[in-house]
Design a binder for this molecule. Structure first.
Ligand code: ADP
Length: 646
C-alpha cells in the first residue's frame, strides 16, 4: 500500500513521503486494514524498527479529536514529541515532569505525549484535557507485565476508557507470547507479525565459533592463534569484526562497572581509526569533556575519543543523550551498555553482542528474560545502512545449548498482570476513592473489574485483598468509613493530598509520621537533615548503595546527628536500609550546602546520574511534604528552605 492511498490529508502524506516513507511496511498495511484510520481499537505486536510510530501517527491524525501518546520513559516521550511536532499543522504538547507544556495548555494541543505516570497523575487530579480524548496510543504495552510499571499502566488504561467517551485505543507492543490476550482486554483487532525491514540473524558464540540460526558457522580470527577466547576477548573480536566491516556495534553487559571496563578495554582497539571517524569522535569527546568534569565524565570522554562509549543509568542524562545522538550520527563506533539501553531510545547498530545473559539479584544471578534479550537483539540492523543485522550471544561450550534454547529458539514470555501486588493495590484503591471515582468497595471492585488482571483471571476474586487494603488505608488515616446511604468510604484530606502528590501511601504515611514528630520537638532540634531523613526514608526515594568501607563512618555520622533524626538508632526494623537513607540525606544536605557534583560523586561513590535522580526525587518529595504539612497544620520552614536550595 502506498502512502498516497491513505485516508489522510495530502500535507501528511507528502510529509511522510519526504521522510522516505512511500510504501507501507506489511505490518503497517495490516494496521490500516485492521481499521487504525477508522477509529478501530488495535494491538500491534511487531518487532523493533518495523514502523510502530507511523501506526500511531495514522491513528492520531485520523482521529476525530485530540489524542494522547503514552510512553514509559521520558527520553522516549521526548523523541516521540519531536516526531509529532514535525507533522505539518499539528500542535503537539508534552507532559513528562521536566519539559512540560503548561497544564492549562495541554487541552489546546492536537496530540499530547506523556509518560504513564503523568497520565495517571492527570487522571487523579481530574485534569480536563483527559476527558475529551478521541484517541489514546500506548507505547510498549508489554510493560503491563512489569512489576513496577504494569499495575499503573493497566489501572490508568482502565480508568481512561471509563472516564472518556470511548476513545480509540491503539496499543503498541514488542513481540510477546500472548498479544491476543491484550487485544481481548482492549476489544481490539490484533496485528501480529515477525516482519522486520532488515534481516536479523541471531547466533551463539562458543569456543571460537559463532553458529547462526540460518545455519552459518563462522570462526573468530583470534581463535586461530590462541586458546578459546574468554567472554571479553570474544566480545572484542565480535565488535572488531563488525567495525572493520563498516558497521557499528552495541555490547551488552550485566553491570555499570562492567560496561565502563569493557568500554575502556575496547578503546584500546582504536575503533575511531578503523571506522574513519577520528575527527567526529574527537568532537564528541570534547563535548563530553565540556559538560562534565567528574572522573566518570573524563573516562567517558577518553574512551569516546577512540570511538567507544559506555552507557548506563549512572551517567548524567545529558551524557547519555550525547552518546545516543553521536552513535546515531555515526560519530561513535561502539557502545558498551547495561540492558537499560535496549528499552530506551532508538539506537540501532549492525551488530549486537550480548556478552552477559545473567544479571545480579540480591543473592546471586539469574537468567535475563527472553523478551529482554530479544529487545537487545532487535537493535541489530539499521535499515538503509546495514545489509543485515546480527545479534550474537557470547557463551561457552557448557552454556551453548541453554542459550540456544532460551533465547534463539524460545518465544518471548507472556505478559502477565502484576496488579495483585498489595502495594500497587493500595496506591490504586486510594487513588480511585480520592479522585471521586468510587465510594464503596463494590465500586472499587467494579473499576478493577475492567483491568487486564480481571480480564486474564477467570475468577479474579479481588474482594478479600481489596477489603484488607481498604482497612489498611483507614488505619493509615487516608480513607474513612462513611455512614450514608449508598456511600461507604471517602478519602480524608490527607489521603486526597497523598494521592494528588503522587506519592505511595507508604511514603505518605512516613512523611506524616515525620511531620508529627517534628511538630512535637523543640524547634532547634529540627534541621534540614531532619527533613531530609524523613523524605529519604520512604519507598519513593531510590536506595543509595552503601559500601562496606563507608558503613562505619556513616554510622558515626548518624550517631553524631541522632538528635536531629526522627528515627532512633535502635528503632529501624531494617537498619541497613535506614542507614542507606541517612546516606542519601547526607549527600543531599551537602548538595544544598553547595558541594559540587564532582565532589559528591568522588566522596560518596555514586554515579552522576544517580545524584541527578536523587535531587529530582527530593524536590518532588519535599513538595509532597509541604502539601501534607499544610493539611496537618504544621509549619516547617526547613522544607521551604530546602526546596529553594535543591
Ligand atoms: P519502531 O517504533 O517499530 O521501533 P519506528 O516507527 O521508529 O520503529 O520506525 C523505524 C524506522 O523506520 C524510522 O526511521 C522510520 O522513519 C522508518 N520507517 C517506518 N515506516 C517506514 C516505511 N513504510 N518505509 C520506510 N521507512 C519507514
Amino acid at each position: 500500500m502506498h502512502v498516497g492511498e491513505l485516508p489522510l490529508a495530502e500535507r501528511y502524506t507528502d510529509h511522510f513521503a519526504a521522510a522516505g516513507i512511500e510504501e507501507l511496511y506489511p505490518p503497517q498495511a495490516a494496521a490500516v486494514e485492521g481499521g487504525v484510520c477508522d477509529g478501530q481499537n488495535l494491538v500491534c505486536a511487531i518487532p523493533t524498527a518495523s514502523g510502530k510510530t507511523l501506526v500511531a501517527q495514522l491513528a492520531l491524525l485520523s482521529a476525530d479529536g485530540p489524542g494522547l501518546y503514552v510512553c514509559p520513559l521520558r527520553a522516549l516521550a521526548r523523541e516521540k514529541y519531536e516526531e509529532f511536532a514535525e507533522l505539518p499543522g499539528v500542535s503537539a504538547g508534552i507532559a513528562t515532569g521536566d519539559y512540560d507544556s503548561a497544564a492549562a495548555e495541554l487541552a489546546d494541543h492536537d496530540v499530547v505525549v506523556a509518560t504513564s505516570e503523568k497520565v495517571d497523575s492527570a487522571i487523579r487530579n481530574r485534569a480536563g484535557w483527559i476527558e475529551n480524548l478521541a484517541c489514546v496510543v500506548v507505547d510498549e504495552v508489554h510493560l503491563l507485565g512489569s512489576p513496577g510499571r504494569g499495575p499503573t499502566l493497566e489501572v490508568t488504561l482502565a480508568t481512561l476508557r471509563r472516564r472518556t467517551d470511548d476513545p480509540q485505543v491503539v496499543a503498541l507492543s514488542a513481540t510477546v507470547d500472548n498479544p491476543a490476550a491484550i487485544a481481548g482486554w482492549l476489544d481490539a483487532e490484533l496485528v501480529e507479525s515477525e516482519w522486520r525491514p532488515i534481516e536479523l540473524r541471531t547466533g551463539v558464540y562458543a569456543d571460537g565459533l559463532v553458529t547462526f540460526d540460518d545455519g552459518e558457522r563462522r570462526r573468530l580470527p583470534s581463535d586461530e592463534t590462541s586458546e578459546p577466547a574468554d567472554d571479553t576477548v570474544a566480545t572484542a573480536d565480535l565488535v572488531d569484526a563488525a567495525v572493520a566491516d563498516g558497521g557499528q556495534a552495541l555490547a551488552f553487559v550485566r553491570s555499570r562497572r562492567e560496561a565502563e571496563e569493557l568500554a575502556e578495554r575496547l578503546a584500546e582497539e582504536r575503533f575511531a581509526e578503523t571506522a574513519g571517524i577520528g575527527m567526529e569522535a574527537a568532537a564528541v569527546a570534547e563535548e563530553l569533556r565540556q559538560t562534565g568534569t567528574t572522573e566518570q565524565g573524563r573516562r567517558l570522554a577518553e574512551a569516546a575519543a577512540w570511538g567507544v562509549a559506555f552507557h548506563h543509568a549512572g551517567l548524567r542524562s545529558d551524557h547519555r543523550s550525547t552518546v545516543e545522538t553521536a552513535f546515531r550520527d555515526r560519530e561513535l563506533a561502539v557502545i558498551c551498555a547495561t540492558p537499560t539501553l535496549a528499552a530506551g531510545v532508538n539506537v540501532p547498530a549492525r551488530r549486537v553482542v550480548v556478552r552477559d545473559q545473567r544479571r545480579y539479584t540480591g543473592s546471586g544471578t539469574e537468567w535475563l528474560p527472553t523478551l529482554e534479550v530479544h529487545q537487545m537483539a532487535g537493535r541489530a540492523g539499521r535499515p538503509g545502512l546495514d545489509p543485515y543485522g546480527e545479534a550474537v550471544l557470547v557463551g561457552s561450550p557448557d552454556s551453548r545449548e541453554e542459550l540456544w534454547e532460551r533465547y534463539v529458539d524460545a518465544d518471548p514470555e507472556a505478559v502477565e498482570s502484576q496488579l495483585r501486588d498489595r502495594a500497587a493495590l493500595r496506591t490504586h484503591v486510594l487513588a480511585v476513592v480520592a479522585a471521586g471515582f468510587a465510594d464503596s468497595q463494590a465500586e472499587i471492585l467494579e473499576l478493577l473489574g475492567e483491568t487486564f488482571y480481571a480480564h486474564r483471571t477467570p475468577n479474579p476474586d479481588l474482594g478479600g485483598v481489596v477489603g484488607d487494603v481498604i482497612a489498611e488505608l483507614i488505619e493509615a488515616e487516608f480513607l474513612a468509613p462513611v455512614d450514608e446511604p449508598g456511600v461507604e468510604l471517602s478519602a480524608t484530606a490527607l489521603g486526597r493530598q497523598v494521592s494528588r502528590q503522587y506519592v505511595t501511601p507508604e511514603t505518605g504515611r512516613r512523611i506524616v509520621d515525620g511531620l508529627r514528630q517534628i511538630a512535637d520537638r523543640p524547634a532547634d532540634s529540627v534541621t534540614p537533615l531532619t527533613v531530609l531523613e524523613v523524605v529519604c526514608d520512604t519507598p519513593d526515594m531510590d536506595d543509595t548503595y552503601l559500601g562496606n568501607s563507608e558503613r562505619a563512618s556513616l554510622y558515626q555520622f548518624a550517631r553524631r546527628h541522632a538528635d536531629e533524626l526522627t528515627t532512633g538508632m535502635d528503632e529501624p526494623d531494617a537498619f541497613e536500609s535506614w542507614l542507606e537513607s541517612v546516606k542519601t540525606a547526607r549527600i543531599l544536605l551537602a548538595w544544598t550546602e553547595g558541594a559540587s557534583a564532582e565532589e559528591l560523586v568522588a566522596e560518596y561513590r555514586i554515579g552522576p546520574g544517580d545524584l541527578e535522580s536523587r535531587v529530582e526525587r527530593a524536590e518532588w518529595l519535599l513538595g509532597a511534604a509541604a502539601a501534607l504539612a499544610d493539611v496537618e497544620g504544621v509549619s516547617v520552614p526547613e522544607i521551604t528552605r530546602l526546596r529553594g536550595q535543591l
